[in-house]
Design a protein around this ligand. Structure first.
Ligand code: ATP
Length: 608
């Protein structure tokens, strides 16, 4: 399907706007040609019909010329209005369509596509199609109609002068098609790729400025951003050099049609001896020549705009064509709250190894299973298969007796509370943030969740209590405090299944203690799948799975695993050492010991 047909799909119900704009623009172009002929009539009156004696006729021609010029402008205005209406409609529908598709994407889609990237692809590409439809499309009709009419005219008046006019046009169009051919399209693609790359790197650069300042590094530490600018500059410079000669020749020829006409006219006068008629026609041709140059220039930009619009639609389609989360044809409801993994395997798209490899385990309703193991082992991926961030490639993930693929998205989400590694609080009131877990909760229920999540002292300290807006007017919360607010949200949701990903990582001891209490309240009586690096927090789990390279390397309770003297035992010993070091470190060398402990822990796995 070509670019215009694709854009027409987004017109929904007002499909006539765009063709209407083209027709109005074509009529405007035709009307705009008429004054040239009328001026030619006036000149003819002066040269052949005795000048002043025919002033009434001259005036009549002049009025018609002025009237038609005004009519042409008005028609063009109407054409622009119609094209703008079409453009706004298409832009709006494109954004809606993209957003509708994106909200249906699996949750894992947002891991690989940052919010910045999604925003840029949608915003920038819909804006490109807007300016193409609103501004360039009306010119398309004029670009076709004006030169065709002008060519007919020049051949009607004097075919020999017409040929002299046509020669530079053919030459310039050949140069233009050389510039806009395969090479031009290739450049456009690379140009937009480089812009996107530069943009992504620029966002990364701005995000990293605090780190650069803290570590006293120069901006050159942002090699990727620097390299993306250099690559862009090199590509544009190379392309400009390729275009330098053809573009100069093209510009000279297209603006110099008159220089082809004068020698042709001299030859014609010598040949026919009809001085007045040749000069008169030559005036018309000189008047019309700018029409050609303008039209060809416009068509050059038009070609470029078409290329950009095509590229913009392709990029938007690429984003939205990613596989959506399949919706069950006959949804089943959740009858029990145990979680069962049956020979589950999963690979990330484009990855060459399995992130989860033939994993089987079960969590009875109300019990807790913890995942531990080396970084990159696959713990997060396993946990995320339960709320369908992605679907398993092989095997089954069941809740009760129902495969998660057969459960409607809303029902699945209603039954699971997911506490992420990175807390996400919205820049609104704490009340709104907590209420997100259950929008219909009463204020009593909210207050209860606040108490259970150990958030009361946070709320009491803030000037407007629960109504305090966070992230504004200097009201900020520490990482541990944010974590507790997120737990209040999860407690309010009161889902029977809880998935916890590193909930206590990176918090200070005081906050950890409070978070542990809040977690105790959240998980009480629930089916829990939790990932934790602090082994003390999962010591009491009903079952601990040691995950290594996507597989279950060991499993059992804390005691059973210690008796096995395997990976877990090593991990536990290393962890104990690091805890002791931390205590010793209160007097000296804290960071050195802590780092050493973490390193030892990491080595345990690299040895495996
Ligand atoms: N969105 C993603 N796209 C592609 N590969 C991914 C993605 N997320 C994780 N991986 C890869 O899958 C493997 C398992 O990663 P996962 O995050 O599940 O491990 P983990 O045990 O939770 O690690 P950590 O303890 O560091 O969080 C790793 O090799 C990782 O590089």
């Amino acid at each position: 399907m070509n670019t215009l047909s694709k854009l027409q799909l987004y017109m929904t119900g007002r499909k006539a706007l765009l063709p209407g704009s083209l027709v109005l623009s074509a009529i405007s172009a035709l009307t705009g040609m008429a004054p040239y002929i009328l001026v030619w009539f006036i000149i003819r009156e002066f040269i052949t019909a005795g000048g002043i004696s025919s002033s009434a006729l001259v005036q009549k021609y002049a009025w018609w010329a002025a009237g038609l010029a005004i009519a042409s402008i008005l028609l063009y205005f109407l054409a622009l209005s119609a094209s703008h209406l079409a453009a706004f409609r298409v832009e709006c529908n494109m954004r809606r369509y993209a957003m509708k598709k994106i909200v249906k994407m699996p949750l894992g889609f947002f891991d690989n596509n940052t919010s910045g990237r999604i925003r840029k692809i949608i915003d920038d590409n819909t804006s490109i199609t807007h300016s193409f439809l609103a501004h360039q499309m009306p010119d398309l009709a004029a670009t076709v109609v004006m030169p065709v009419t002008a060519i007919v005219l020049v051949f009607v008046f004097d075919w020999r002068l017409g040929l002299a006019c046509l020669l530079p046009i053919i030459l310039s169009m050949s140069i233009m098609s050389f510039m806009m051919g395969k090479r031009g399209r290739y450049f456009m693609q690379r140009y937009m790729d480089s812009l996107e790359e530069m943009n992504t790197e620029a966002v990364e650069y701005v995000r990293g400025i605090p780190v650069v300042k803290v570590f006293q590094q120069t901006v050159f530490s942002f090699k990727n951003f620097y390299n993306s600018i250099v690559r862009y500059k090199d590509m544009v410079t190379k392309y400009t050099k390729i275009w330098r000669v053809p573009m100069s020749v093209y510009t000279v020829i297209i603006n110099g049609i008159s220089f082809f006409l004068v020698p042709a006219a001299i030859l014609l006068i010598g040949h026919t001896g009809n001085y007045a008629s040749v000069i008169l026609n030559m005036f018309l041709y000189i008047l019309i020549a700018p029409v050609f140059s303008q039209s060809i220039m416009k068509s050059m930009y038009m070609n470029q705009a078409f290329g950009q619009a095509k590229e913009a639609i392709d990029r938007l389609e690429n984003l939205t064509s990613e596989k959506q989360m399949p919706v069950p044809a006959q949804p089943k409801s959740i009858n029990k709250h145990d979680i069962i993994f049956k020979s589950v395997s999963f690979s990330y798209p484009a990855a060459n190894k399995k992130a989860v490899d033939n994993v089987s385990f079960s969590i009875s309703a109300g019990k807790t299973v913890a995942l531990v193991g080396a970084s990159g082992g696959g713990k997060t991926t396993i946990a995320r298969l339960v709320p369908r961030f992605w679907d398993a490639d092989d095997g089954e993930v069941l809740i009760g007796e129902t495969n998660v693929k057969d459960i409607e998205h809303k029902e699945l989400m209603d039954h699971i509370s997911f506490v992420f590694q990175n807390t996400c609080l919205f820049k609104t009131s704490l009340l709104e943030n907590i209420k997100y877990g259950n929008p219909s909760a009463t204020i009593e229920e909210i207050n209860r969740a606040v108490d259970l999540a150990q958030c009361r002292e946070i709320i009491d300290r803030l000037p407007n209590g629960l109504n305090t807006k966070i992230g504004t007017e200097g009201t900020y919360l520490s990482g541990g405090e944010q974590q507790r607010i997120v737990l209040a949200r999860a407690i309010l949701k009161n889902a029977p299944i809880v998935v916890l990903d590193e909930a206590t990582a990176f918090t200070d001891p005081e906050n950890e203690h409070l978070i542990q209490r809040a977690l105790g309240k959240l998980t009480k009586g629930k089916t829990v799948l939790m990932i934790a690096h602090r082994l003390t927090s999962i010591k009491d789990a009903d079952n601990i799975l040691v995950i290594n390279k996507g597989k279950i390397a060991e499993q059992g309770s804390h005691k059973e695993l210690l008796m096995k003297e395997g990976i877990y035992t090593k991990m536990w010993k290393e962890y104990q050492k690091s805890v002791q070091w931390t205590i010793k470190a209160s007097s000296n060398n804290f960071s050195q010991h802590e780092e050493q402990g973490v390193e030892n822990l990491a080595n345990t796995f690299s040895e495996k």
